[in-house]
Ligand binder design. Sequence first.
Ligand code: ATP
Ligand code: LTN
Length: 345
Amino acid sequence: MTETGAPQTGARVLSGMQPSGDSLHLGNYVGALVNWVKTQQQYDAFFFIPDLHGITVPHDPAFLRERTRNTAAQFIAGGIDPERSTLFVQSHVPEHAQLAWVLTCITGLGEAQRMTQFKDKSAKEGTESASVGLLSYPMLMAADILLYQPHGVPVGDDQKQHVELTRNLAQRFNHRFGETFRVPEPFIPPVGARIYDLQDPTTKMSKSASSPNGLINLNDTDKQIAKKIKSAVTDDGTEIRFDRENKPGVSNLLSIYSAVTGKTVPELEAEYEGKMYGHLKVDLAEVVVAAIGPVRDRAAELLADPAELDALLAKGAAKAREVAAETLQTAYEKVGFLPAAAPTA
Ligand code: ATP
Ligand code: LTN
């Protein structure tokens, strides 16, 4: 694919989303998952849940396990087809951690310390207590990507710097040890449907939202969804018009409406001309429920049979390992590790 989205049959893409909350939210859904689902029609797609990344900050083991399953169920319920795409959990494919070590050894300390996400997160943790794992996060992400030799990596613009480092590490490795890795392109969605917090429409909708009412989760009930939309912060005046600067609340509601229905913002502005904010909210609640209600219900069905879900993930991991093991073996040979001979009887 090119950055403009023109298809290129047979090309491979890979992406992952951390299991850092109890549920994906509407921002993850329209900003990432919906794009992934479209991607799998045209590409050989690999999607995974980066649980190894999930322990770079303090975590609860039981929550991590539950969230990993939950995320997998929501991916499938949201339209990722495990027959068509390769869907797996990162820790089930040990090659990720193995290649990450090699890449860590060709990354400069200063280079790692300059990554924006490390600077932000380590400041939150307190620089002294931030884990070395957090510093190594980008090298693990580079390994995630390079193992599969993808052409493109669909991510939000916040992950662009990590993909840039991945490209640098691939080029550095290839230059030092010989051609091994494909240098991947970041695929940043052209119309970055960014969804904002319903209570504070100047900050993006995020798992770490300050108020639970600002966030619509994929596992919210219809009633919760309607209530949160009804109490969404709107702006002065009465006009329903997209103006991110002066009307961030109403603009956000219009963006969400547009993202879940496919109607354009100008179409919606025309439709709601002369109507009140209340009208927009009632209709929006209806379309959001229609879009994510079935995803919630399907995810619940999948979670009701964890053995079946785990079996699907095991199948995905086996498919992923076939590709990952081959790349790792090449990288190990290039770097000079002595091949392990088969044991003799
Ligand atoms: P955190 O609260 O831990 O920062 P998050 O909710 O922002 O998490 P991420 O795990 O960082 O979510 O992002 C997963 C994917 O969802 C990324 O591709 C990101 O660009 C997308 N995404 C996250 N929040 C939004 C949003 N508000 N609008 C659009 N896309 C989003
Ligand atoms: N850092 C990413 C998650 C992630 C990822 C990847 C995305 C881990 N490894 C490989 C794409 C490719 C994030 O969304 N926070």
